[in-house]
Design a protein around this ligand. Structure first.
Ligand code: SF4
Length: 399
């Protein structure tokens, strides 16, 4: 049998003895070396990797060491442009809807808000602010609050706000705005010499068919024509020609429900006594799991039980615009939605959110690289300028 090959390194520790046949039946490993008699003391640590006849160990360990170095190098290289996870999701916690909680000491029952409601609210607020992804929604320019003529008298503006709200149900803001523009510009004057446009007197005088023609593009225009004409008579006969400043008064008008009444009171009289819950507010707050309600009216009561009062007026503008831009009933943009990216929405499309997080991570890295390049270019430019200056000084000295 061929004796085992002894390399130069090995022979330093185990002088070759080729006097007789040798048979190696066992691999000599580090652990086995430990049990060698004392005349073979364990080698110094520095030589450990090349110890023994099992050269494979040494190679493997060297290879391992090399891999470790590579990782360190990689880490060092990556530290200049570090990949960060995009918008790490908020730590998972049990999401609870709004609920009633009884104080064990006082026995008082109070409404507890849903988990993380303020983070969610603020995330949407950030998107809706100027420059945000949900800024510039149709409601911002064509919402009912904005459709009254600013140059009209207070009384006429209030009436216009009421009409805009009555026309708005089941109708897009753009369509409603166009119908309102027609009324404001073309509704015939009730008497010769009086102004044309949208006011109570002209509304009382106009024939239903003519009014129906003006608003023919809005949803349910036949019913709306009937309700607006009836409401105009009630305003004249019961409320002195102005719109009533109370929820009860407003809801006594045909076709005006609580949502419209709260929005109207808030927009026309500047008084917020409740939340204007439309389909967007109802749908989105249910998507978030803030409550489980079947109708907008139930949602209104559920929200009013815990939402701070100073947000009652704002939440309608906030969620209507959010629903129009980011979270419509179909084709939601969960991958761009801060609520979804932050892990705050239980109805989020997980695939879209994952894609959005990846995209955001890549954008962050790109931005960092660009910033780094700019800094480096600045340094280079600075150094070039310094070089030019030094050359000039040298030239002056030489002169
Ligand atoms: S994550 Fe999706 S479903 Fe949830 S609020 Fe955002 S857009 Fe709507």
């Amino acid at each position: 049998m061929r004796p085992p090959r002894i390399t130069g390194e090995t022979s330093r520790f185990f002088p070759a003895d080729t006097s007789g046949p040798q048979r190696i039946t066992r691999r000599v490993t580090r652990s086995s070396v430990k049990h060698l008699p004392s005349e073979h003391p364990p080698p110094a640590a520095a030589d450990d990797l090349t110890l023994g006849s099992d050269i494979e160990d040494a190679i493997q360990r060297k290879a391992r060491k090399r891999r470790r170095v590579t990782k360190e190098e990689d880490a060092a290289a990556a530290s200049s442009v570090k990949l960060e996870p995009a918008s790490p999701p908020a730590p998972r916690q049990a999401r609870k809807p709004a609920r009633k909680v009884k104080d064990p000491e006082t026995g008082v029952v109070k409404a507890e808000p849903p988990t993380s409601w303020l983070e969610t609210y603020n995330a949407v607020l950030g998107m809706r602010r100027p420059g945000g992804i949900a800024a510039g929604a149709a409601v911002d320019t064509m919402g009912c609050e904005r459709l009254a003529d600013r140059s009209a008298s207070d009384r006429d503006r209030r009436f216009q706000t009421l009409v805009a709200l009555m026309l708005s149900s089941q109708t897009k803001d753009t369509v409603n705005a166009a119908a309102m523009a027609r009324l404001k510009e073309e509704l015939p004057a009730w008497k010769e010499g009086e102004p044309v446009g949208l006011n109570l007197e002209n509304m009382l005088a106009v024939e239903p068919e003519v009014l129906n023609g003006f608003i023919r593009t809005v949803g349910f225009h036949n019913n709306k024509t009937k309700y607006i004409k009836q409401a105009a008579v009630i305003l004249r006969d019961k409320f002195g020609g102005d719109i009533p400043p109370t929820i009860d008064g407003l809801t006594s008008l045909p076709g005006v429900g609580p949502k419209m009444a709260h929005l109207c009171l808030s927009a026309a009289w500047g008084r917020t006594e409740g939340i204007g819950v439309d389909v967007h507010v109802h749908r989105i707050t249910n998507l978030w799991g803030w409550h489980k309600t079947r109708t907008p009216e139930e949602t209104r009561l559920a929200l009013q039980a815990w939402l701070p009062r100073e947000k009652w007026h704002e939440i309608n503008w906030l969620l209507v615009g959010f629903g129009q831009t980011i979270c419509p009933s179909s084709a939601r943009r969960c991958g761009e939605c801060e609520v979804g990216l932050a892990g705050l929405c239980r109805a989020a499309d997980r695939g879209k959110v994952m894609e959005g997080r990846k995209r955001r991570g890549a954008e962050k890295v790109e931005a960092k690289v660009e910033a780094k390049i700019k800094v480096e270019e600045g340094v280079v430019e600075g150094e070039e300028e310094k070089g030019v200056a030094t050359d000039l000084v040298k030239k002056e000295e030489a002169d």
